[in-house]
Design a protein. Structure first.
Length: 647
């Protein structure tokens, strides 16, 4: 590892040993400065004993929770793939087999604490118990021919392999076929699934993830890690396994001196300096902020190629490739661009195998934007370079219309701010991340609109938002969706910040602000003490009933009665007529032990989610809902029956 420079003036460095010793120290200093004195280190992988406990406890969870995991009599689980996350959290991904065949979409992910003793969540994307025959009626040769037809230009077709396709409601036996080809302008690396009985195409997954970004320099000079072999140097990182930079056709940059690039925008050697600088910082950010060991979470990353002859850059499943901008004046190798493409690799190596559905493709693209933004903030360049912001492509203007992504207001770049069931864009997810990190009106940052709920949100900070997002991503199951992402990140907030409700409530509020409603099974926060009961509506000594009328002063709850078993939940609708013109707050009193209520407002419609813990005592309770300040203060009641018995 040596010190090298980008630009016309060269800076050569010391020995490999001295640079290798300096890099971790510099990383530690930077992480401490950015995290603050009270932030525990993110990178704290569990020891061997904690990992052994995690495997034992997770194995028990697979057995005890088999019904909810749709485990059938012919299913088995392979050895888990173990990933450690923030502050040693452990994620065990168990690939599933059915009658000896791999199950696509059947992986189970068990999330545990750093000690390997507490199970935080157990998830799977499989939707039903499997009973699939393993004798194919369509031959492998026919499947290969069918898969080949998915691409107009084919370079290679892999050997078909039988799998059980369990992503959809009806699992089927399928041939999985790898097909590569396409054109230089649009390369493809497909995984095609062909029904092994009727020969139809069930779906395909393009492993190439596309993106665009800006290309500008990171200052002069910069320090990167390179490899010395004998009397020559190459643009290979000896400290981050797998990281090297070549030309798009595999040409290796080799020199007798450890000085690289000339500082010009189209010089390929300079582009490789930019790539290595950004990729190395991206690696450091993953470790220092998110506790991740390498891009693949197993101590490795992936090579990069520059000089692609097109206005594009992409992740192809095994490397990242960079081209140039529309005017052909700059390479697409800036901090946010490189972080974006390597972010696709992080996405693909988090959680379970993925499925090529529109929502998941949108979330994969926004993952690149988030990791590119985190890389910018980790480096913290001054304004003259690629400063930390929530824009992508603003420096290079890749298509002639300014930045290509805007996270605080995606609509300014033609993407929706709000989620709907027909929204297949990463814009709302980027918007969610900004609202969670910064809020609606952050000091020194752009304001951000909301689609529903409170008009003002307070952010929890970039670092916390990143931790919640990344931890939720480790529970990714196929097919990934906005709804699943909401549930996983709410769970992540509860795991990461168990002594506070601020982070969990902010996560929920940000999702609701982009139009993603509460999901069944998402956790609630029970820490705050319920507010005191409101003053009685009747004068002292009155014989009025303790149960308030269901509608009083223009507030109504529908239905007025709910029956919920311990550990269950229900929703009710709250309406105010006329709707107050001034801001007001809804609260609830009379809650029995273990009951929480969360409010979600969209326009003038409010949903209250009533959630019970498993220990909530059976009985009948009167809950009082209050809207204040209003003139007069509005109150109404709801009867809650806690009972396991059927009506």
């Amino acid at each position: 590892m040596t010190v090298v420079a980008m630009g016309a003036s060269a800076l050569t460095g010391g020995t490999e040993a001295s640079a290798a010793a300096a890099a971790p120290a510099a990383e530690a200093v930077l992480a401490a400065r950015q995290a603050g004195p009270d932030t525990p280190p993110a990178f704290a992988p569990p020891g061997p004993e904690a990992r052994r406990r995690a495997v034992a406890v997770a194995g028990e969870a697979l057995t005890t929770r088999a019904p909810e995991l749709r485990v059938g009599p012919w299913d088995a689980f392979e050895r888990p793939v173990i990933t450690s996350g923030i502050r040693g959290l452990q994620y065990l991904r168990y690939p599933r087999t059915h009658r000896g065949l791999p199950v696509y979409g059947g992986d189970v992910i068990v999330a545990l604490d750093s000690g390997g003793t507490v199970v935080h969540s157990v998830t799977t994307g499989q939707r039903t118990v499997l009973d699939v025959g393993v004798r194919a009626r369509t031959s492998a040769e026919t499947a290969a021919t069918t898969a080949r037809a998915e691409l107009a230009a084919v370079r290679d077709v892999g050997t078909p392999a039988l799998v059980v396709h369990a992503v959809t409601e009806r699992p089927r036996l399928a041939w999985e076929v790898a097909v590569t080809g396409g054109t230089d302008q649009a390369p493809k690396a497909l995984r095609v699934f062909v029904d092994a009985n009727d020969g139809t195409v069930l779906g395909s997954h393009d492993q190439i993830r596309y993106g665009t970004g800006n290309s500008h320099f990171n200052g002069n000079p910069v320090t990167i890690q390179t490899l010395r072999s004998g009397s020559s140097y190459t643009l290979t990182d000896p400290t981050r396994p797998g990281l090297r930079c070549t030309t798009s056709n595999g040409g290796v940059f080799t020199k007798a001196t450890d000085t690289w690039g000339n500082g010009t925008a189209l010089n390929l050697e300079t582009a490789c300096v930019d790539v290595l600088f950004a990729a190395q910082k991206h690696w450091d950010m993953l470790r220092a902020w998110l506790g991740r060991n390498g891009v693949d979470a197993a101590g490795r990353t992936f090579p990069a190629k520059v000089g692609l002859n097109q206005v594009n850059s992409y992740w192809d499943g095994s490397s990242v490739v960079f081209g140039f901008n529309q005017p052909h004046t700059k390479q697409l190798t800036s901090l946010d661009m490189v972080g974006h493409e390597y972010g696709h690799a992080v996405f693909d190596h988090s959680g379970a195998n993925t499925w090529n559905e529109p929502e998941e493709e949108a979330l994969a693209e926004s993952a690149g934007d988030i990791f590119g933004t985190l890389t910018e903030h980790y480096v913290n360049h001054p304004v003259a370079l690629d400063e930390p912001d929530y824009l992508l492509g603003e420096e290079v203007n890749p298509l002639g219309s300014g930045p290509i992504r805007n996270m605080f207001n995606p609509a300014l770049q033609g993407e929706p701010n709000c989620y709907t069931r027909s929204t297949f864009s990463g814009g709302p997810h980027n918007h969610w991340f900004y609202l969670l990190a910064e809020g609606t009106n952050p000091p020194g940052r752009p304001s951000s609109p909301v689609c529903g709920g409170p008009s003002s949100l307070t952010g929890i900070g970039l670092r916390k938002a990143a931790e919640i997002y990344y931890t939720g991503l480790q529970s990714k199951t196929a097919p990934w969706s906005y709804a699943k992402s909401r549930r996983a990140t709410v769970q992540a907030a509860k795991i990461l910040y168990p002594k506070s409700c601020v982070e969990l409530d902010a996560t929920k509020a940000a999702w609701y602000a982009i139009g993603v409603p509460p999901q069944a099974g998402e956790p609630t926060c029970t820490l705050p003490t319920p507010p005191p009961s409101p003053a009685p509506l009747s004068p002292p000594g009155s014989s009025a009933s303790s149960a308030l009328p269901n509608s009083l002063g223009g507030i109504t709850v529908t239905p007025p009665y709910v029956k919920i078993p311990p550990g269950g939940s229900a929703t009710v609708q709250i309406s105010l007529t006329p709707y107050p013109s001034a801001p007001f707050t809804l609260s609830v009193s009379g809650l029995p032990s273990g009951v929480t209520v969360n409010f979600f407002t969209l326009g003038q419609s409010t949903t209250a989610v009533i959630a019970l813990s498993a220990g909530t005592p059976p009985g009948t309770y009167i809950l009082t809902f209050t809207a204040s300040p209003t003139d007069p203060i509005r109150r109404t009641s709801l009867t809650l029956e806690v009972s396991e018995e059927d009506d």
